[in-house]
Design a protein around this ligand. Structure first.
Ligand code: MRU
Length: 356
């Protein structure tokens, strides 16, 4: 499918407004940093790698009109813009990774003029976007090997085109398997409360021509029990040094169910999602979101009584011992995770400084 989730066009950030799907494919054209912050917060743009792109473009958007005329002033403006963007959502590693990369470019070129630094920032954002396009295709290439012809794959949330620039991580594996002429069926958990699995995953799979069935989140166990699922593949928002992986709330329960039913459970993510500064998943910050997301169906119809307490964590952490393999752009990482992640990620990423 020839669409881009987020890009720079005519001096603006152009992005698909994902809150309008599946009814309408509508684009937003953003030229104010606060509007981009809001778009991230409200999940108009979402998914870890797409948030990385939003972070990179956001830094450029926020700094391009800086009046600074020396490095000191410019770096202060940069810090202000970056901290503001970083305050939008806490869990997806890629957002902070991209902001850190933008910082590095500036600090590595502190002898350059302010106009030149702005140019370098634009180029870095463009590089981050192009790298995502390439790394998703590599994830697809490696991941396709774990899928057999006629497999039924279970997934949750959206780790597809809409969560990246144009291909996807978990769904990138499915797209590549399809390109490799494998006939695949996908079961997509609807993903309460905001229904990314039914609104977004089913939308894009259908557009691409993949056989997709939407299920309520609580139907996964029965499908597995009936032998209808061959493999589970999900995305990730942040992966700790020991392989513990944070992803959309509900992922952990799928991993437990997969273990019980002896079904392989894979997590697909680029190395930019790994955070080697965190020893385990216990340290991953988990976003808690507005209770209205649970009290009301997509902010339209109240489905919980007024005054009832609500708990709304957006993500959970799947312990590494439930994960069969981590499908990355550098190959599939399997247990022993601490050793193998360190070898693959720290050697290839080289950017695991993690100041945020
Ligand atoms: O709250 P969201 O929609 O941003 O959550 C996204 C997910 O949990 C995705 O599965 C994850 O970011 C992987 S995206 C390739």
């Amino acid at each position: 499918m020839n669409i881009r989730t987020i890009e720079w066009e005519n001096n603006k950030v152009k992005l698909i407004d994902q809150t309008k799907l599946p009814q309408r494919l509508e684009y937003l054209y953003i030229d104010e940093l606060k509007d981009l912050w809001q778009a991230i917060k409200l999940l108009k743009v979402r998914g870890a790698p797409a948030l990385g792109a939003a972070g990179a473009l956001g830094v450029y958007l926020g700094i391009r009109n800086s009046k600074a005329n020396n490095f000191m002033q410019f770096s202060k403006d940069l810090e202000r813009v970056s901290s503001y963007l970083a305050s939008s959502r806490p869990t997806a590693r890629n957002l902070f990774w991209a902001i850190d990369r933008m910082h590095e470019v500036v600090f590595e070129n502190s002898d350059m003029s302010v106009p030149k630094l702005k140019e370098l920032l634009f180029e870095e954002a463009d590089k981050i976007i192009k790298e995502d396009m390439a790394s998703c295709r590599k994830i697809g290439f490696y991941g396709s090997r774990v899928i057999k012809d006629k497999d039924a794959v279970l997934t949750i949330c959206n780790a597809g085109i809409l969560a990246t620039i144009d291909y996807g991580t978990a769904l990138g594996v499915i797209y590549r398997a399809k390109e490799d002429n494998k006939e695949i069926r996908v079961f997509s958990c609807e993903t309460r409360p905001l229904l990314q699995g039914s609104r977004l995953t089913a939308w894009e799979l259908k557009k691409v021509g993949v056989d997709v069935t939407v299920i309520c989140d609580n139907m996964a166990a029965t499908l597995m029990q009936k032998g209808k699922i061959n493999v589970v593949i999900t995305g990730a928002d942040r992966i700790a040094a020991n392989g513990d992986s944070a992803n959309k709330i509900g992922t952990f329960s799928l991993a437990v169910l997969a273990k019980y039913h002896n079904i392989p459970f894979y997590v697909a993510a680029p190395v930019s999602t790994f955070d080697l500064t965190l020893k385990s998943g216990k340290e991953i910050p988990i976003e808690e979101r507005n209770p209205r997301e649970i009290e009301e169906l997509l902010f339209k119809k109240r489905v919980a009584p007024i005054g009832a307490k609500v708990f709304n964590p957006a993500f959970d952490v799947t312990p590494h011992n439930l994960i069969t393999g981590l499908i990355t752009d550098k190959g599939i990482i399997r247990p022993q995770y601490i050793k193998n992640i360190d070898r693959v990620v720290s050697l290839s990423a080289g950017r695991q400084v993690g100041s945020r």
